[in-house]
Design a protein around this ligand. Structure first.
Ligand SMILES: [Fe+2]
Ligand SMILES: [Fe+2]
Length: 272
């Protein structure tokens, strides 16, 4: 921590496989050197297999800074999301699914999110039952995310998602799959709370940065995108966040105290 600033590293879409031994440990070591907090924006594993989660847990075992994560769609592929989550939790990673934690005084609200599309072209709950179920899932994830944001009373709040809340950071992907990359329903709660910034993954071919309607910065920290964009440095972003209090990295039951309004802006400092 430099003065009252905490450096937060963020990356996503690790897609750890059973044969990824030794692949991520050097990356996490560099992230922990560059930052006091590490955030992982989903798709931690490739097929959502417990064996993959165990490999990742081992890769993360030497990291000496608090790590918070959300699961991604790949982590649910094998129907073993609970087991994947438990393995990562046992390894000391705070896995958020509509929950919050506080690290170095920074509040982190995490949820996976879901698809549905953006703006006026977003899918509505109309017609076939399966379409209504799809939209229901998007609404439920947005409500879960909003409930988490509402529980935080820290001055600095980071939103941690897998799916994108805005279209800008998925631009570059094939148009046909936009509805499966994120949902504007996730943007609405961000603009109702004093969120400093949001990070997400999932759109491997998207854009690095966008913003919500009210200007909250949104960063796509998908590892393939970062690797392509910053070929000369490790694939994670680092953000300078003014910090307020001591670290408490357990999921915290923080009483409702959030008030709407614009938050402080963090600076995207480096990605060294
Ligand atoms: Fe991914
Ligand atoms: Fe994904």
């Amino acid at each position: 921590m430099a003065g009252n600033v905490t450096r937060v590293a963020a990356l996503g879409d690790l897609h750890c496989t059973k044969t990824s031994h030794g692949v991520f440990q050097p990356l996490f070591a560099k992230a922990a050197e560059a930052a006091e907090v590490v955030l992982i924006a989903g798709d931690l594993t490739d097929y959502g297999l417990p064996e993959e989660a165990r490999v990742l847990a081992k890769e993360l075992s030497g990291i000496r800074v608090p790590v918070a994560a959300v699961l991604g769609n790949h982590d649910l592929e094998s129907g073993k999301g609970d087991e994947v989550r438990q393995i990562l939790t046992d390894a000391g990673i705070v896995v958020l699914d509509g929950e919050v934690c506080e690290m170095h005084g920074i509040g982190i609200a995490g949820a996976k999110g879901f698809g549905g599309g953006f703006g006026k072209h977003a899918l509505g709950p109309w017609g076939e039952t399966i379409i209504k179920q799809f939209v229901r899932e998007a609404v439920d994830e947005a409500l879960k995310f909003e409930a988490a944001l509402a529980r935080l009373r820290t001055k600095q709040i980071i939103g941690l998602l897998h799916y994108s809340p805005v279209q800008q950071t998925v631009d570059g992907e094939p148009l046909e799959i936009y509805p499966f990359l994120g949902s504007s329903r996730l943007e609405e709660p961000i603009d109702r709370y004093p969120v400093s910034l949001v990070v997400h993954g999932h759109a491997h071919r998207g854009q690095l940065q966008g913003a919500t309607k009210t200007g909250v910065p949104v960063y796509n920290v998908s590892l393939p995108l970062l690797s392509r964009s910053f070929a000369d440095r490790p694939p994670f972003r680092v953000f300078d966040i003014p910090s307020d209090t001591e670290t408490t990295c357990e999921p915290a039951a923080i009483p409702f105290a959030a008030s709407p309004g614009r938050g402080r802006r963090a600076t995207d400092a480096v990605a060294s």
